[in-house]
Ligand binder design. Structure first.
Ligand code: DER
Length: 232
């Protein structure tokens, strides 16, 4: 499909950013998966020496099966570069992430890196964040009261009444790698992402939200013809 051609173009361009000896953060999602596939090809072709930290169990499994060295983030310390996908990218390179329920570890790994680069297809580029539902990771204990606090926070930001949906799969709540729940906020437009991030982060049961602000320094946007556009 053309979208996979776009993701592959972005992934291959990101592989070119990786230098031998780097400590690398590996993202989660379908685009990050293609990146890990392409990275493993290069590592084997060139005999590169890389140490990787993963943003999810799924990516760790994929990378190890491909022969990449995956270690605990704490054993690697600070990383040189993290490559990850995004659900939305705005003109300031602010992101919505969490479509794959991995945004907590993704944000920890991304912010433990000197540089975070996004790989994405053109469909992820938006003028204003919010069309994609904003994922918020909450602990299961008292999650309904946490939801009430989120409703109140949205009302304060004049976004009252926007739907807050418990993410489920096959009728069961989706659990993150930390066995937490995901609430998806159907906000449509987020005019003040920094204000919303501050509000959400101040709520007791909220673990982390999917707004990545001032974290990404380059977005590689792939196109079906194999070319890329770099947003920075
Ligand atoms: O869940 C995530 O944060 C993923 O990186 C997501 O944002 C992008 O997933 P995709 O590459 O499958 O669209």
């Amino acid at each position: 499909a053309t979208i996979d051609l776009s993701k592959d173009a972005a992934a291959r361009a990101a592989v070119a950013l990786v230098e031998n000896g780097m400590k690398l953060g590996l993202g989660t999602g379908s685009t990050a998966k293609i990146f890990v596939d392409r990275l493993a090809e290069r590592v084997h072709d060139e005999g590169m020496d890389l140490r990787c930290a993963s943003t999810s169990k799924a990516t760790a499994d994929q990378a190890r099966k491909l022969g990449l060295v995956v270690e605990e983030l704490d054993d690697l310390g600070w990383l040189d570069l993290t490559i990850d996908g995004a659900d939305e990218v705005d003109p300031d390179l602010n992101l919505i992430k969490g479509g794959g329920a991995a945004h907590l570890r993704e944000k920890i790994v991304a912010t433990a890196s000197d540089r975070m680069v996004v790989v994405a297809d053109q469909g992820k580029v938006v003028e204003c964040l919010g069309k994609f539902k904003l994922p918020v990771e909450v602990i299961p204990f008292g999650w309904k009261s946490t939801r009430t606090h989120i409703e109140r926070a949205l009302a304060e930001l004049e976004m009252e009444g926007r739907p807050i949906i418990l993410r489920e799969r096959d009728g069961n709540p989706v659990l993150t790698d930390e066995s937490n729940l995901i609430l998806d906020l159907a906000l449509e437009e987020i005019r003040d992402p920094h204000g919303l991030a501050r509000q959400l982060s101040s709520i007791a049961g909220v673990v982390e939200h999917g707004l990545f602000l001032n974290i990404c320094s380059l977005a590689i946007i792939g196109r079906p013809d194999g070319s890329v556009v770099e947003l920075l």
